[in-house]
Design a protein around this ligand. Structure first.
Ligand code: KG4
Ligand code: ZN
Length: 343
């Protein structure tokens, strides 16, 4: 069963072909990061326009790499939301048009579910129940997964900024281009993490808060001279790498501590780590080591399957299709993950 999926929720135009919900046959991602970089964040209208320009070439490239023609596709999947509405409509409209023209079933997938579905792609094989940490630019939440593709029970969520949003906002105030997450990670490798930024909400709850940490970095930059990006540090300046390492370590400490607490509370032996921030090597390593010490296995997709892509949409779409949830012509770009509160 070959599913062709489209993803246009934010600033990545992506298409993929996935077999049987688990085997990635092709995955093409065209990032608009360079376009939005100078604005310090994604400009919604620019994003929509570029999806419109790129979506057909990206779709064609995914089919070519898979060696498939459109008529060999069995079903279509597309991101329904949450995301930028104008951007979502580009993918959704094309997916409906393809479904109509090819007379193939269409499923519209929740973006968060798609991130979790990345952990179901080969070679990973999650066992349910499990605990899932979703860390992206828009979300930071812990779930108990008692069923798949349904059965999300929320254990905690961010009360303000998402972790990726914190990376991007801190990057912006340090003069780094959007998206700052990967840039901060690269700089942090050469830095020392001793600047003592706060570890918010380490109070036993499974909720997160990152806006105070962002303010702490801002306060630091106002009271200290910090090296500018792409310049050698002047005498008396704090190396930029040290600020990045100290900030990243604070985020990783909080995400690790809360995920360990959730795994212990839920008595699970598997944790899934997904979403754009799950591409962060320091987070992957720390969480893997600390969970292993507690006898818990970490399942984390390859970094390129953590940030937005269409393979994860196809993977989620496969299970939605199996559950018989087809999209109709009236399907809109509104999606809210159906989950129970568990905290
Ligand atoms: O899942 P994603 O691609 O889009 C959303 O659904 O939000 O996540 C994007 C977020 C951005 O905030 C980006 O800075 C962050 O993930 N990110 C990272 C890394 N790669 C992407 N944050 C930290 N370290 C990384 N290596
Ligand atoms: Zn995402």
């Amino acid at each position: 069963m070959n599913i062709l999926a489209l993803e246009t929720s934010c600033d990545e135009t992506a298409a993929a072909v996935v077999a049987d919900g688990v085997r990635v046959i092709s995955s093409v991602i065209s990032s608009q990061a360079d376009l939005h970089g100078p604005f310090g964040g994604v400009v919604p209208e620019l994003a929509s326009r570029h999806h419109l320009e790129n979506i057909i070439p990206v779709l064609q490239a995914a089919l070519d790499r898979a060696g498939l023609s459109l008529d060999r596709v069995d079903a279509l999947a597309v991101t329904r939301g949450p995301g930028l509405v104008g951007a979502l409509l580009v993918g959704l409209s094309l997916a409906k048009a393809l479904s109509l023209a090819l007379d193939k079933p269409l499923v519209a997938v929740d973006h968060l579910k798609a991130h979790v579905a990345a952990a179901f792609l080969e070679p990973l094989r999650p066992r349910i129940p499990a605990v899932a940490l979703i860390v992206s630019g828009g979300h930071t939440s812990l779930y108990r997964l008692v069923g798949w593709p349904d059965g999300f029970i929320q254990l905690g969520q961010t009360l303000d900024d998402a972790a990726g949003e914190a990376f991007d906002k801190v990057g912006k105030l340090l003069g780094l281009a959007y998206p700052a997450g990967p840039r901060i990670e690269r700089l942090a490798v050469q830095g020392r993490s001793g600047l003592g930024f706060p570890r918010p909400l380490l109070d036993g709850s499974l909720n997160f808060s990152f806006s105070g940490l962002k303010t702490a970095v801002l306060t630091y930059t106002k009271s200290h001279q910090v090296q500018a990006p792409d310049r050698a540090p002047a005498p008396g300046q704090t190396p930029l790498a040290d600020v990045c390492a100290s900030f990243q370590e604070a985020v990783v400490d909080v995400l690790t501590a809360k995920t360990l607490a959730a795994a212990a509370r839920e008595k699970t032996d598997q944790v899934l780590l997904v979403g754009g921030v799950a591409a962060n090597g320091r987070l992957r390593n720390r969480l893997r080591e600390e969970l292993a010490a507690a006898g818990v296995e970490l399942l984390v997709p390859a970094p390129e399957m953590c940030t937005d892509n269409a393979a994860m949409v196809a993977a989620a779409g496969f299970h939605e299709l199996a559950a018989g949830r087809l999209a109709g012509w009236e399907t809109d770009a509104v999606s809210r993950l159906n989950c129970a509160a568990g905290n």
